[in-house]
Design a protein around this ligand. Structure first.
Ligand code: DGL
Length: 286
């Protein structure tokens, strides 16, 4: 049964059979799609990757807010019942504004990762790796301290990871990416962390590399939290609570939309998705 909701002149329909909108600054959000396909295999997803304007992580808060608004309006052109913000930067900078402005349930990438980290840490010392904009907004630290004020949070901006990963420097033994990972991890030498949140869409691709460099430096294993996986679990929980999970089996699909050439997207997508991205369309945005 369709249920019409309005807010700020924006109207949307919530219905179990509607799709779920997912957006990211580019193709990194496909790491979240990979998890969503596993956790919600019967759902239909509409993915928008703003490949024409990526990266967001080094831009001003004002620009990220404007782009996030454009992206959400694009998704609302489809029949969607909820939105998932795969992008760590948009989740940090614009989630509150989007939730105030748009009438549908929206899941971001920050809170689910913080809940998981707060549950799993044993010594209360947590670190966050994310883009400069995400770290500049301090959303992970604020959210973690809101969950438990006794937690100690160390935040590190990692501007080199996105270009390295997009260029394919992702092998666990890749000397260049290991050098950069050690550079970032060295900032945590005195923090005695036992848990590290990967707060950016791209970073799960080098999860094993980061874990192995951390072991080399700190002499022990650390717990690594993948924010994409945690937000996919949170999305399922939210849909269940709102009685919005599809009740049709075997109808799962993903339609991809990008704002730059589709060839580039298709070529790199498999790194993030673990399979080829079919069904990609170029659109004009903003
Ligand atoms: N998707 C962005 C994030 O998760 C990384 C890429 C970018 O800087 O736009 O923060």
């Amino acid at each position: 049964m369709k249920d019409f909701v309005r807010k700020s002149g924006i109207r949307y329909m919530s219905d179990k059979q509607s799709a779920i909108g997912v957006f990211d600054s580019g193709l990194g959000g496909l790491t979240a799609v990979k998890q969503l396909k596993k956790i919600l295999p019967d759902e239909k997803f509409i993915y928008f990757g703003d490949t024409g304007r990526v990266p967001y992580g080094t831009r001003s808060f004002e620009t990220v807010n404007q782009y996030a608004d454009d992206d959400m309006r694009f998704l609302l052109g489809f029949d969607i019942k909820a939105a998932i913000i795969a992008c760590g930067t948009v989740s940090a900078v614009a989630l509150d504004n989007l939730q105030k402005k748009f009438p549908l349930p929206i899941v971001g990438a920050i809170e689910p990762a913080c809940i998981a980290a707060a549950q799993r840490t044993k010594n209360g010392n947590i670190a966050v790796f994310a883009t400069p904009a995400t770290i500049g907004k301090n959303s992970f630290a604020t959210t973690l301290c809101g969950i438990n004020p006794d937690l100690s949070v160390s935040s590190v901006a990692c501007p080199m990871f996105v270009p390295l990963i997009e260029a394919g420097y992702i092998d666990v033994d890749c000397p260049v990416t290991r050098l950069i990972a050690r550079e970032y991890l060295e900032k945590l030498q005195n923090a005695d962390i036992d848990t590290l949140i990967l707060g950016c869409t791209h970073y799960p691709i080098i999860k094993d590399l980061v874990a192995s460099c951390a072991k080399e430096l700190f002499g022990r294993d650390i717990e690594i939290i993948d924010s994409g996986y945690e937000s996919a679990l949170a999305a399922k929980k939210m849909l269940l609570q709102k009685d919005l999970l599809t009740d049709l089996d075997g109808q799962g699909s993903v339609q991809y939309f990008v704002s730059d050439e589709t060839q580039n997207f298709s070529a790199v997508a498999s790194i993030f998705l673990g399979e080829a991205a079919q069904n990609v369309t170029k659109v004009t945005i903003g």
